[in-house]
Design a protein around this ligand. Structure first.
Ligand code: GLC
Length: 562
């Protein structure tokens, strides 16, 4: 058995802290959760009607992806009005009803705050376009003159995360070709200028608007992009890094600039001034984690997503390192570590783990012409991975549908694809639609299996989703839904989220990884051969039908009280 290399981290239990330190937060993707009015697009009344299913699942909180007014060029991450609900999803009154119902069921509600960019349909941007270069209106965004004799070249070499240049040239009010504006994402998502105090004040109002309504906090989109290096210099490694960054390389001019910290501190003060432990989680793509620790100091974010863990490809050494780095980094500032395996931007882990682990980036999706994952292997490993994650101390994030074991829709035809990545790369990167398909609730109810009763869907479900429908799993021993329910129940009863962490040295190898959380042992078998079960009483195992004394099977995780 090859042992793994590296220090073995220790983490102390921290019982009785605020809910966000140990809670399980379920991501609702409103477009695809439940559709009450049958138009094919999920909505707030649909969410309200189905919230009881999340309470019975056993999660502590929900996070809703954007439902604000938006032309939906990036599925709502292009916000045209931060303080209103898009008619696609309902009304503000529907939001209030949803929030009240969630609170009645004991669920906290986090909403998505998208501060790096607005929609090009936002009134701020429309005003900026109508105003002259150098005006106060343009100062909301990053407008610059182009390079070249006639300003025909973009102001710098930055690229969009979705492909192509990060700059678009505008036509001025007099019809002439004019300045360029910066967009790290789609051209319909102009980046705000956070060096402008007026922009900062606008967001204070937005935060207060939702906090006053009673939300429990925010998931903050792309916070690492908000501040740009003064003068917007060229990205020194753009050819290697593309739109992104390379770990260990000098700070790229558009990511994780120092100037983000005063903004987070200001927000933290606002949240802390409200009762009831409001919290904010940053979607911070910051590496190494020791650097990200600066983001969760006690007066900044409460927590950040842990993409280091998500990206560990489920490889023993990588996973081992990611957990060591996580506790090391987050404990150093007293913040909880978070854990996540799936979200609306990456290939669902039930498919990633079915043979796609080696793909360079999980956010590029899988198309009909790509190698297809092994569904059985994927689900078996994903169930093990989830149980491995839910045994860890800290806060865990779940993505809607993973509790059903849903695979990615990997054969979605190009004609249905809506992610801007698909269009901006001419289909070379198929994008993220495959993980955003409407959920199946009741098998055979309409073509969308109970997502609504009409069968309409903004993305079609694959045939196989029928067998994953919630009603096919509810109360069925061994189903993925029942596995999640049991894991969440035991996690709560034994306070695993508030617990401790120590590796089990005899299970730190290429073949198996195991740790202890209080008196619970969590062991995952990466190999093909079964491993003898240590002494103790088995609490839960990820392979359906495995007997209480069976050895630990291939890709299985067991929880043992010892
Ligand atoms: C975040 C969102 C993603 C969106 C991007 C731009 O990464 O999760 O869906 O496309 O930001 O807002």
């Amino acid at each position: 058995m090859t042992s793994l290399v590296g220090n073995m981290v220790h983490h102390d239990a921290r019982v009785g802290g605020e809910w966000w330190r140990s809670g399980t937060i379920y991501q609702i993707y409103p477009r695809s959760f439940a559709d009450a009015n049958g138009d094919g697009m999920g909505d707030l009344p649909g969410i309200t009607a189905r919230l009881n299913s999340l309470a019975s699942l056993g999660v502590d909180a929900v996070w809703l992806s954007p439902f604000y007014r938006s032309p939906q060029k990036d599925a709502g991450y292009d916000v045209a009005d931060y303080c209103d609900v898009d008619p696609l999803f309902g009304t503000l009154a529907d939001f209030d009803t949803m929030l009240a119902r969630a609170h009645e069921l004991g669920l906290k509600v986090l909403i998505d705050l998208v501060p790096n960019h607005t929609s090009s349909e936002h009134v701020w941007f429309k005003d900026a376009l109508a105003a002259a270069p150098g005006s106060a209106e343009r100062a909301y965004y990053h407008f610059k003159d182009g390079l070249g004799e006639h300003g025909e070249l973009p102001p710098n070499n930055w690229k969009s995360m979705f492909g192509g240049p990060a700059w678009t040239r505008v036509t001025e009010a007099d019809g002439s070709l004019g300045q360029w504006y910066c967009h790290l994402f789609d051209s319909s998502q102009p980046d705000l200028n956070w060096a402008n105090p007026v922009v900062q004040d606008e967001f204070e109002r937005i935060l207060r608007f939702w906090l006053d309504r009673g939300v429990d906090g925010f998931r903050v989109d792309q916070p690492h992009a908000m501040a740009k290096a003064a003068g917007l210099p060229d990205h020194p490694y753009v050819d290697e890094a593309g739109a992104g960054f390379i770990e260990g390389r000098e700070n790229p001019p558009m990511w994780f600039q120092e100037e983000v910290h005063p903004i987070f501190r200001r927000w933290r003060k606002i949240l802390d001034s409200y009762p009831g432990n409001r919290a904010m989680c940053g979607e911070a793509y910051v590496l190494p984690l020791s650097f990200m620790a600066l983001w969760v100091r006690s007066d900044e974010f409460h927590q950040t997503f842990n993409f280091r863990f998500l990206d560990s490809m489920w490889e023993p050494q990588n996973l081992f390192d990611s957990i060591n780095e996580s506790f090391d980094a987050f404990d150093s500032v007293g913040a909880p570590s978070t854990w996540v395996l799936s979200n609306h931007d990456v290939i669902r882990h039930a498919s990633r783990m079915g043979g796609l682990k080696g793909r360079p980036t999980a956010s590029d999706g899988v198309g009909p012409n790509d190698p297809q994952p092994d569904r059985e292997l994927g689900l078996r490993t994903a169930r093990g991975a989830t149980m491995f994650m839910l045994g860890l101390a800290g806060a865990s994030y779940l993505y809607q549908g993973e509790e059903l074991g849903l695979p990615e829709h990997t054969t979605l035809a190009g004609e249905f694809r809506q992610d801007p990545t698909f269009a901006r790369t001419g289909g070379a990167r198929v994008g993220r639609d495959g993980c955003r398909v409407p959920l199946p609730w009741e098998a055979g109810v309409g073509a969308a299996n109970g997502f609504n009763t009409t069968g309409a869907g903004w993305l079609p479900q694959p045939e196989i989703y029928r067998e994953y429908s919630r009603d096919q799993q509810e109360g069925v021993a061994g189903s993925t839904l029942e596995l999640y329910k049991s894991a969440l129940r035991i996690r709560k009863e034994l306070k695993l989220g508030e617990g401790s962490f120590d590796w089990l040295p005899e299970f730190v190898s290429e073949r198996a990884l195991g740790y202890r959380n209080g008196d619970v042992l969590v062991i995952h078998n990466f190999g093909a051969d079964a491993i003898a079960l240590p002494a103790g009483s088995v609490l839960l195992r990820s392979v359906a039908g495995a007997g209480p004394t069976d050895p630990i099977g291939s890709h299985e995780t067991v929880w043992i009280q010892a």
